[in-house]
Design a protein around this ligand. Structure first.
Ligand SMILES: O=C(O)c1cc(=O)[nH]c(=O)n1[C@@H]1O[C@H](COP(=O)(O)O)[C@@H](O)[C@H]1O
Length: 215
């Protein structure tokens, strides 16, 4: 298995870390965007990301895996095969014909479902999936994620009963990439200032992002 440092550099070289003034979800702007969708083109990187998630998942009691659509779906599938853990999939929309299911795959009430997500910023996307799983009587208490952007999403999720374990935090990732000579100190500082300013626990920031708050 690749070390965290090697994995971070491989992800960077594959184009998973985009720098600049980038538009993120719902019009948010960010000086760094982590795009995990590129890993489907790099099977060895995808395998390594999945293995690191499996390591985090080993300490969590679970019967099922569920990836948040879409970027985490291939990762959840690789984890499912590697660990022989059944997976379920959440549809973006409820199917309007045949089975009318929102969740695909076999599950029973009160099974423990571990959620797999690529990036946590506010925690909104992950929470949306958790709500669906809970509405289908599954027990959801943990999530494993590739990157926690350190913007307060993990504590918002904790308030909603979800403990998040991440392979990388954005602060940790920046340290690795700057030590590897991939990003400059100046860029690191711009991103750290952004994280500090754009906190989902900060009420002034939240006023402009109310639609992102988990209910
Ligand atoms: O929009 C984002 O905040 C975001 C930042 C980033 O670096 N990478 C990234 O993939 N995202 C997207 O934002 C989602 C997480 O944002 P939250 O729903 O606010 O936690 C991810 O599932 C992605 O769709």
């Amino acid at each position: 298995m690749l070390s965290l440092e090697e994995l971070a550099v491989r992800l960077f070289d594959a184009g998973a870390v985009r720098l600049g003034d980038i538009e993120a979800k719902i019009g948010r702007r960010t000086p760094i965007y982590f795009d995990l969708r590129v890993v489907v083109s790099h099977p060895q990187i995808m395998l390594s990301v999945a293995q690191h998630l499996e390591k985090l998942a080993r300490e969590i009691d679970h019967d099922l895996l569920c990836g948040v659509p879409y970027a985490a779906l291939p990762l959840a599938a690789v984890m499912s095969v590697n660990t022989d853990t059944p997976m379920i999939m959440k549809r973006k929309e409820t199917k309007m014909y045949a089975t009318k299911r929102i969740l695909e795959g076999i599950f029973e009430k009160n099974q423990k479902c571990l959620v797999v997500e690529d990036v946590v910023t506010s925690g909104g996307s992950l929470m949306e999936t958790v709500r669906t799983l809970r509405s289908e009587s599954l027990i959801v208490t943990h999530a494993v994620v590739v990157l926690d952007r350190d913007q307060g999403g993990a504590s918002v999720l904790k308030q909603n009963g979800i403990h998040v374990k991440s392979i990388f935090t954005l602060t940790g990732l920046l340290k690795i990439l700057s030590e590897a000579g991939k990003i400059s100190e100046e860029t690191v500082q711009i991103i750290l200032d952004h994280i500090k300013e754009c906190q989902f626990s900060n009420l002034d920031f939240m006023k402009d992002n109310l639609e992102l708050l988990p209910a």
